[in-house]
Design a protein around this ligand. Structure first.
Ligand code: C5P
Length: 211
């Protein structure tokens, strides 16, 4: 890895529009992605920050790429991936999108509205297929069988590292994390702030380098 590693970080939710004013999304704030970017910048990394609509500020110093939908995020990530040394997928990508988006706003009083949802692309999986020499990390939010489901995702997405936690982590200042490695590592990290978790993840990704 070069002396100034280039990191691609995805952050925040995506929005899948139903019409120009309505969308499907989730409660992700982008705080974990922002904490990762801040920690990476503090270590001298160049950070490509691909983010959906955030509830927190975009960290000063990143190269920001604002996107809306999962497809936009995939396009930006595929474009930026060849130049990066490492990837951290911290975005809470919408898993489904409406099959159709109407051009105009649907009016009230038009009766029931049935939406058909289709899956979006798995961004980390697509990047994993082009992984080459790069180091990839992701997150898994699991309600049950945390370690087993997380391990399956690590392999499916060809990740080197995966941080597993529970949905209570969304918007929370602190949360309990489990770190899994492709090398068989399973470390209960205990309760950490998002910034402290970012430091642990960057240590394993880049080595414990400090400016
Ligand atoms: O499969 P699941 O959504 O639980 O995986 C979570 C991990 O995969 C996160 O790192 C997330 O950023 C990434 N992901 C993705 N594209 C998707 C869904 C999740 O990159 N469509």
């Amino acid at each position: 890895m070069s002396s100034r590693p280039r990191l691609l970080i995805t952050a925040g939710p995506t929005r899948e529009h139903v019409d120009p004013v309505r969308f499907l999304s989730n409660a992700s704030t982008g705080a974990q992605g922002a904490a990762l970017a801040e920690e990476a910048l503090a270590r001298g990394c160049i950070v490509d920050f691909v983010h959906g609509p955030l509830a927190v500020p975009v960290p000063a110093g990143v190269i920001a790429h604002a996107v809306v939908s999962a497809q936009d995020m995939l396009d930006a990530a595929l474009r930026l991936h060849p130049a990066c040394d490492a990837v951290i997928g911290a975005a809470a990508v919408s898993d489904f999108r409406p099959r159709e988006t109407t051009a105009g706003k649907r009016k009230r009083g038009s009766g029931a509205w049935t939406l058909e949802l289709v899956p979006t692309a798995d961004i980390l999986r697509a990047l994993g297929e082009r992984k080459g020499h790069r180091v990839h990390a992701g997150f898994a939010l699991e309600t049950d069988d945390l370690a087993a489901n997380a391990l399956r995702k690590l392999h499916e997405k060809q990740l080197d590292w995966l941080v597993a936690n529970s949905p209570q982590a969304i918007g929370a200042a602190e949360s309990r994390y489990l770190l899994l490695g492709r090398d068989g590592t399973q470390r209960d990290l205990g309760v950490l702030t998002k910034r402290a978790l970012a430091a642990v993840l960057l240590d394993v990704l880049l080595g414990p380098v400090r400016p």
